[in-house]
Design a binder for this molecule. Structure first.
Ligand code: SF4
Ligand code: SF4
Length: 378
């Protein structure tokens, strides 16, 4: 296993982290973790050099944390860093933060969480957390030893990312980033900025929830097939990330021992600056091919905003485009409901027509919003 120093913490973390949100389950039920298989998976990962476990209050309805506690008995706890997350969307008052943290320490059966993140920071959660003095809460939790390092996972726009980074002395952050989403949410620009500030970088969704390797459009598969270097799409995706100096840990939500073995094998080659310019060109070609599958010619410029009814027009179109680009309505629907507030969604359009004359791309906004609504809300 290869290791990198996580930002300015100086902690030596494995470049492959185990995301504990897709642990093996029983009878297809997300909140029924197959405890024995999950414990074996976690312990085998640690025996193979993985020292970064990522969990959250909500994963597997709390069982991710309790199963980790089981797996870390018998000397394993000392070998790993645990990253856990405050459920931002459940916080209504300052004391909630302490209560959730206490509960998590109890579930994990540990005295200290190594990396404690604010989960899924985006515009609305962040303003709520800030107003409830979450930064003071983090200071106190570090001071009294309940957590060692602070961080946040991010799902907002780039401008917010800069604001959040500048608002506190974070130790690390966790962002969605992969060879297609290089300019999405924090994106490459955000990653570079965080790294320049000494903030460690943990990458989530390296395979876009599996979409980049399971539902490959034929024109993308053709590019992979024609490349001189033969690699699986998983290998291309992970090598792309580890090639970058800013990246410290790449999380993979592994379910089986086969997933683990495949990732461990690829991680052996995960050195920085090892992809050739030809290999980078291949990845770029694949990225452009995915982007060329966009259904709507929306550039996300935002000139159509603000909408008097509060609709976030570009965000609606972004999710519809993702559904086409990745042949994955299910995942895009999930993001549609997770990332857009109720009032921002397509079905609230009153068809006033104010926006259409402002769009330089001549997008038929009203008609396309109907399509968004039909695709995700029906
Ligand atoms: S047509 Fe719909 S989306 Fe456009 S400004 Fe009016 S309400 Fe908003
Ligand atoms: S103005 Fe047109 S291109 Fe720009 S964000 Fe709105 S719909 Fe997209």
């Amino acid at each position: 296993m290869l290791y990198r120093k996580l930002g300015s913490t100086g902690e030596k973390v494995s470049i492959l982290g185990l995301g504990c949100m897709r642990l093996p389950i029983m009878k297809g039920q997300y909140n029924k973790v197959d405890k024995d298989s999950a414990v074996s998976l976690i312990q085998k990962a640690i025996d193979s050099g993985v020292n970064y476990l990522d969990t959250a209050y909500s994963y597997h309805n709390g069982q991710s944390e309790t199963v980790i506690a089981e797996a870390l008995k018998g000397g394993y706890r000392e070998k790993v860093f645990i990253a856990d997350k405050l459920p931002s969307w459940l916080i209504q008052k300052r004391t909630d933060m302490d209560q959730y943290l206490e509960k998590q320490l109890e579930r994990l059966q540990t005295k200290q969480i190594d990396f404690y993140l604010l989960h899924s920071v985006k515009e609305d959660y962040w303003s709520n957390l800030e107003s409830l003095e979450v930064l003071e809460f983090l200071d106190e939790a570090v001071k009294d030893g309940r957590i060692k390092y602070t961080g946040f996972s991010f799902h907002g726009e780039i401008e917010l990312f800069f604001d959040v980074i500048d608002s506190y002395k974070w130790d690390m952050c966790q962002v969605q980033y992969n060879f297609v989403d290089d300019n999405y949410q924090a994106g490459k620009e955000g990653i570079r900025y965080a790294s320049s500030q000494g903030v460690g970088l943990v990458i989530m969704e390296p395979l876009r929830g599996g979409t980049l390797v399971k539902k490959i459009p034929p024109e993308v598969q053709e590019i992979w097939n024609e490349a001189d270097v033969k690699r699986s799409p998983v290998e291309w995706a992970l090598r792309y990330l580890w090639d970058q100096e800013e990246v410290d840990v790449v999380l993979s939500g592994m379910t089986t021992l086969e997933d683990l073995d495949e990732n461990l094998g690829i991680a052996e080659q995960g050195l920085t600056n090892t992809l050739t310019s030809t290999e980078k060109e291949i990845i770029k070609e694949v990225r452009l091919t995915y982007k060329g599958r966009k259904e709507i010619d929306c550039t996300q410029c935002g000139y159509c905003m603000p909408c008097p009814s509060g609709i976030n027009i570009p965000a609606n179109f972004e999710q519809l485009n993702h559904a086409y680009m990745f042949q994955d309505v299910k995942n895009s629907r999930m993001n549609y409901y997770m990332l857009l507030k109720e009032g921002e969604r397509a079905s609230n359009c009153t068809e006033c027509g104010d926006c259409e004359k402002l769009c330089p791309q001549m997008v038929t906004i009203q008609k396309t919003l109907k399509k968004v609504s039909e695709t995700f809300e029906k």
